[in-house]
Ligand binder design. Sequence first.
Ligand code: ATP
Length: 203
Amino acid sequence: MQSLSYGVFGGTFDPPHYGHLALAETARVQLGLARVIFVPAGLPPHKRNGRLSSPEHRAAMVQAAIADNPSFILSRVDIDRPGPHYTVEMLRRLREQFSDVTAWYFLMGEDSLHDLPHWYEPKSVLRQASLAVMHRHGKPVQLDVWRERLPELEGKLVWLDVPPVNFSATILRRRVREGLPLRYLVPTAVAEYIGNHRLYDGL
Ligand code: ATP
C-alpha cells in the first residue's frame, strides 16, 4: 500500500491567524503531509463559554484563511455533531472518511500538549495518530513525567520546526476591541470577514 499522510489541526480558530497557518504549512512540508485538515471546534466545554463566535463564523473564517492553499481543507466533523467533542472520536470519524490515509498526525502548539494526559482517552488518541507539536513560549512540557504516565507517547511525538509567531487569537480579539488593525496578522479575507460581521466588537 502506498503511504499517504494527513495532518489534523483542531482549534477554536476564533479567529484563525498566521500562527496557525505557519504551523500547518511547516507540518505539511516537514512531515510530507498530502493534506492538513482544519477542524474548528464545536462548543468546547473549557473555552470562553458563551463568548465563542458561532461555529458558522469560525468555519467561514477558516475557509477564507485556507482558500489559497490546495493542501489545506476544512472539516465540519466537530461542528455538525452534538458534543462532547472528544479528539479520539473526531480522529475515528476522519479515519473512516479518509480510509486510504496510512499515517495521521495531530498538530498542536505546546500549550495544548500540556493538557494531553487530561484528554479523554489519550491512549486511544495516540494509537490513532502521532502528535506533531510546535514549541511555544511559556512553561515547557515535562516530557519525562508525561512519558511515565503515558508510555504510549514514546515514538509518537514529533517536534515541528516552526518560526515562532508569538500571538494568539485572544490578542487579536483584544486588538479588534481596541480598534487596532489585524492587517498582516491574519489573511486579508479573514480581516474583512471580521469587519463585515462585526465580530469581537462587543467582547
Ligand atoms: P485563543 O487565544 O483563543 O486560546 P489560539 O490562538 O491559541 O486561541 P486555538 O484555536 O485555541 O488558537 O489553537 C489551536 C491550536 O493552534 C492550538 O494547538 C494552539 O497551540 C495552536 N496555536 C495557537 N496560536 C499559535 C501560534 N501563534 N503559533 C503556533 N500555534 C498556535
